[in-house]
Design a protein. Structure first.
Length: 283
């Protein structure tokens, strides 16, 4: 098991994950492209990107994804990402549902990328998808309750990638570096509200390792999150916090360091570079 510590200069993790996404999308295009399109040289493929909402994390991620997809498919497809097909749900489940409905109903869209935990949860609950949908940022299939059958979704046209390491594996790695029995998990409040069973699932995993767990909901303020951390916390697990502005994330890291609390990032090396103590490196 390879760990990323906050003094590791290697920066290849993001590109590796994006390459994996691009390969998955390339396979989807090859599998689902119709015969008429296959007969044409470099058929045009229009991809819609559905985001949960505005986030400092997403623009860089989208840029990398687009670059990798174009590079890997340039000999087979003319892949396009029209600006009018870059949709946001305004950080509400209903808003995300509406923009996903639009993307799926649009005859000019060939494939949809569901980018975010709200979008992922929405498509995972649908029993019918009219076109291929890729959800590349599933947090943890087991914890999110995503459909899983023989290593795949088992749902026609649904493909997801658990790009973040599973919570159980992360917990094991964290304890190997910083032994603890009392852990606080920082989680986006909307994620907790979208998947009500998530907290109980996380607790069950933690109990297997003899860990007392406290969930700390996070919105857009580092100080608010820090103020409700239990005083007896021995370590902090930082999950994906897409609504926390970048400067607030830096304040959060400083606050954890000032409290001498070891921290673990579920996102990976990028957050280790910003001061989080440890994470698991991409495979």
């Amino acid at each position: 098991m390879d760990l990323e510590m906050n003094n590791d200069p290697d920066g290849g993790g993001e590109a590796m994950n994006c390459r994996t996404w691009a390969c998955m999308i390339g396979i989807c295009l090859a599998l689902f492209w119709n015969q008429e399109a296959e007969a044409k040289p470099l058929p045009v493929v229009q991809i819609a990107i559905v985001e949960d909402g505005s986030s400092h994390v997403v623009p860089e991620l989208v840029s990398l994804v687009q670059q990798e997809i174009r590079e890997l498919t340039r000999r087979e497809f003319d892949v396009r990402f029209p600006d009018n097909l870059k949709l946001q749900g305004g950080w509400s489940a209903q808003g995300v549902k509406q923009v996903l409905d639009r993307a799926l109903a649009n005859p000019h869209v060939n494939l949809v990328i569901a980018l975010g935990f709200l979008a992922t949860s929405d498509v995972a609950q649908r029993t019918h998808l009219s076109k291929p949908v890729v959800a590349p940022v599933a947090l943890d299939a087991q914890l999110q309750g995503l459909p899983l059958k023989k290593g795949a979704s088992g749902v026609k046209n649904l493909h997801y990638l658990t790009s973040l390491k599973g919570f159980q594996r992360n917990l094991t790695a964290f304890q190997e570096v910083f032994p603890f029995t009392r852990l606080s998990v920082l989680a986006d409040r909307m994620l907790l509200e979208t998947i009500p069973s998530l907290e109980s699932r996380i607790r069950r995993v933690a109990e297997q390792y003899g860990v007392q767990l406290r969930i700390v909901p996070v919105d857009t303020s580092a100080q608010t999150a820090l103020s409700i951390l239990p005083s007896d916390t021995e370590a902090v697990y930082v999950s994906v916090l897409p609504r926390l502005p970048s400067p607030e994330f830096d304040r959060l890291v400083v606050g954890l360091i000032e409290r001498r609390l070891p921290s673990f990032s579920s996102v990976g090396q990028r957050e280790v570079e910003r001061g989080i103590a440890v994470s698991i490196s991409p495979e």
